[in-house]
Design a protein around this ligand. Structure first.
Ligand code: OSB
Ligand code: MG
Length: 374
């Protein structure tokens, strides 16, 4: 029985090495909540809340997550006991939405669970790969900068490049990239920047042998994506639109996408991500693991998830050094010959660098069982 005795929330701010620009805005600094949990045996588990400072990617923000955790999820977790982390989403089911906040605390309990079992996270999740192929994301910017970055990432060994696109920076951009890198495994992510009426523009992307186009239409849509997919040769991959197993099932049934980007944080945690994996494996729908400009804690957990068999396409899991001068884990996530090694030590397989974590924290809150037991 796992009893969580203590939960510590670190409110963290980390400067990005380089600004990250999408069709929806620019990020210069990353705000996170890091969740530390301690069980009755003194073991420690870690999770990360990957919402952003403003609600541009999902409705949640770091502040709404803090509130949800403090007011609802932490009291719930501290006053129950668990045999398995998959019981967390069930126990929080009566609280609607707020999936990134839920995912953060669930991740910490997965880490503790694996440590108690003396197994690595990838092992308890059912992962099979010893190393995972690494892909990387190039955000919007002047075209020459984007080309130079791609060149650098190719030299560093990344196996697949994703570029952000938006109206006005799409066909011409992809054409230039293709001229210079004719054989590069390449894809484009629009973060919902298009509408169904842009169909003739989007069809022009079919000339460039893209692996896929990610989330061209609305975050809350699966129906229009179905119409678009019927007219595109290029596979559509859904990101924002898939927030649960049910969403995945409906999108696949409708033919709205051929590939899914799985982010544990977006779907409410690793348990739901596993359900999507099981479903998509059965139907042979290829998956890849997305990223959220995350710290090493989420990165390590994403590596474990991506070691499962249906993650057949290199994801957005790049080295710690892509975004950070210094990460909050050791060893940092490294890409060697285009692969990241899957750790085999208990739990997520990396240690948290308390000193670095504290230096990036501007608020640390401790919650104990006694605070809520009456
Ligand atoms: O749309 O996949 C996305 C980053 C933040 C939010 C959404 C997305 C992204 C990325 C970069 O594309 C992923 C990463 O490198 O961590
Ligand atoms: Mg995306």
């Amino acid at each position: 029985m796992i009893q969580i005795e203590r939960v510590i929330l670190y409110h963290v701010k980390m400067k990005l090495k380089q600004h990250f620009k999408t069709s929806l805005g620019t990020i210069k600094e990353r705000e996170f909540i890091i969740v530390e949990v301690k069980d009755q045996t003194g073991l420690t588990g870690w999770g990360e809340v990957s919402a952003f400072s403003s609600p541009w990617y999902t409705e949640e923000t770091i502040e709404t997550c803090y509130h949800m955790l403090r007011a609802f999820f932490i009291p719930n977790v501290l006053t129950r006991s668990f045999t398995h982390p998959s019981e967390i989403p069930d126990s929080l089911y009566h609280f609607k939405g707020n999936k990134m906040a839920k995912a953060g605390i669930e991740a910490a309990v997965w880490d503790i669970y694996a440590k108690r079992e003396k197994k690595s996270l990838h092992e308890v999740l059912g992962g099979t790969r010893k190393k995972i192929p690494s892909g990387v994301v190039v955000s919007l910017g002047p075209i020459d900068d984007m080309l130079a970055q791609i060149q650098q990432y190719v030299e560093e060994g990344y196996q697949r490049v994703k570029v952000k696109i938006k109206p006005g920076q799409d066909i011409g951009l992809i054409q230039k990239i293709r001229e210079r890198f004719p054989d590069l495994p390449l894809m484009a992510d629009a973060n919902s920047a298009y509408e169904l009426k842009d169909i003739s523009k989007l069809k022009q992307l079919d000339d460039f042998r893209l692996l896929m186009i990610e989330q061209p239409l609305s975050a809350d849509d699966i129906v229009d994506h179905r119409h678009l997919q019927k007219h595109l040769k290029t596979a559509i991959c859904l990101d924002e639109s898939i927030c649960s197993l049910d969403d995945a099932r409906k999108a696949i049934e409708l033919g709205s996408c051929k590939v899914i980007n799985v982010k544990p944080s977006r779907v409410g945690g690793l348990t739901e991500a596993l359900k999507i994996h099981t479903f998509c494996k059965e139907l042979q729908i290829p998956l890849w693991c997305g990223g959220m400009i995350e710290s090493g804690i989420s990165r390590a957990q994403n590596v474990a998830l991506a070691s499962l068999p249906q993650f057949t396409i290199p994801g957005d899991i790049s080295a710690s050094s892509k975004y950070w001068e210094q990460d909050i884990i050791f060893p940092e996530i490294k890409v060697e010959n285009g692969f990241i090694e899957v750790p085999t030590t208990p739990g997520m397989g990396v240690e948290v660098d308390y000193k670095a974590l504290r230096s990036f924290s501007d608020k640390i809150d401790v919650f104990t069982k006694n605070d809520f037991m009456k």
